[in-house]
Write a protein that binds this ligand. Structure first.
Ligand SMILES: CC(C)(COP(=O)(O)OP(=O)(O)OC[C@H]1O[C@@H](n2cnc3c(N)ncnc32)[C@H](O)[C@@H]1OP(=O)(O)O)[C@@H](O)C(=O)NCCC(=O)NCCS
Length: 293
């Protein structure tokens, strides 16, 4: 294969920040993802072109370590803000314990600062200790739980297939409203599409209010995961259409647009942040799993 552009010396490895520009390097990186994370994601293509890949290659072309970063548009207390997101840090099992993760992290942090100086960096992990040494701190998220009171009678919601939901997501992309004004991912269509493709949430369309609701049902409780609409409907409208028999509701985002009272309940999702924590994230909040990365 052609040598990925060498942007540093980590003899005998070379660092590439242009992995996706070189099809052979991209293939080698996809093999690393499969080896390290033991999955072949349903989402296509792999790697995902919305993410910027930094990776280390051996002279023969094998990819031995990688990490991905991307800009993440947020709405925080009604204002548009930018954060950086980091994911899929991985080192080939044969190359662990030699400082390659540390090397990549140093470069990934520099690349984040270059793209959005002073922006907070977010990541999800099951291993906080890996990242505290790089200045990341845990950021506890909260689900919101309340009673399903007074549904507004309305036409029943219509179940939709995953393919139909993707069409609805694409159609709403230009005009989609943030699901919360306190804290939400702005747009987020790519993440939403990928997450809907990778998981099997319940999907319902509320014709009367032109809204796609992504939800789960757990006996008397309904969990509203996310809403895709130009105008976010109220909780009473959602319950009336989706589950008039539900007794309890949980949302996986702040319910400030739903005209509904709820209590925040800590829900540790492994989110970590580096940089100043925005005020909107010092109050209970959650970024829905549909925007997870
Ligand atoms: C976690 C992982 C990336 C570490 O890669 P690595 O190249 O072996 O790590 P390094 O050699 O650069 O070690 C960097 C430091 O992290 C420490 N470290 C390594 N793995 C660790 C772990 N699982 N938990 C806490 N610290 C860890 C090392 O002790 C080292 O500390 P030191 O600098 O004080 O010596 C690698 O084991 C891996 O790919 N694991 C599977 C995928 C994964 O879990 N990725 C993280 C997703 S959030």
């Amino acid at each position: 294969m052609s040598n990925p552009r060498n942007e540093g010396s980590f003899s005998p490895f070379s660092l590439s920040q242009n992995v996706l520009d070189d099809p052979q390097a991209a293939d080698a990186y996809a093999r690393l993802l499969q080896e390290v994370f033991d999955f072949v994601p349903r989402r296509a293509p792999v790697p995902d072109p919305h993410w910027h890949v930094l990776a280390l290659f051996e002279p023969q072309g094998a990819c031995v370590a990688g990490i991905e970063i991307a800009k993440l548009g947020l709405v925080l207390d009604g204002e548009e803000r930018v954060a950086m997101a980091m994911r899929l840090a991985g080192v080939a099992p044969s190359h662990r314990g030699r400082g390659l993760f540390r090397t990549l992290m140093d470069h990934a942090l520099a690349a984040c600062a270059q793209r959005a100086a002073a922006a907070p960096i977010l990541l999800y992990t099951e291993d906080e200790a890996l990242y505290t040494r790089f200045g990341f701190a845990p950021l506890v998220q909260h689900a919101f739980v309340g009673l399903a009171l007074s549904p507004t009678p309305s036409a029943a919601a219509r179940p939709v297939s995953r393919a139909e939901a993707i069409e609805l997501i694409d159609r709403h992309a230009p005009s989609r409203a943030p699901v919360s004004l306190q804290c939400a991912v702005r747009g987020g269509t790519d993440l939403l599409r990928a997450n809907v493709e990778e998981s099997d949430p319940r999907l319902a369309f509320l014709d009367a209010v032109d809204a796609l609701v992504i939800y789960e049902r757990e006996e008397a409780e309904i969990v509203i995961v996310d809403i895709v609409a130009a105008v976010i409907p109220t909780m009473a409208t959602i319950i009336g259409a989706l589950a008039p028999d539900a007794r309890r509701v949980r949302t996986l985002f702040p319910p400030d647009r739903l005209a509904w009272d709820a209590t925040p309940v800590p829900d540790d999702t492994g989110l970590m942040i580096r940089g100043e924590v925005p005020p909107a994230m010092r109050r209970p909040f959650m970024l829905p799993p549909t925007t997870g990365f």
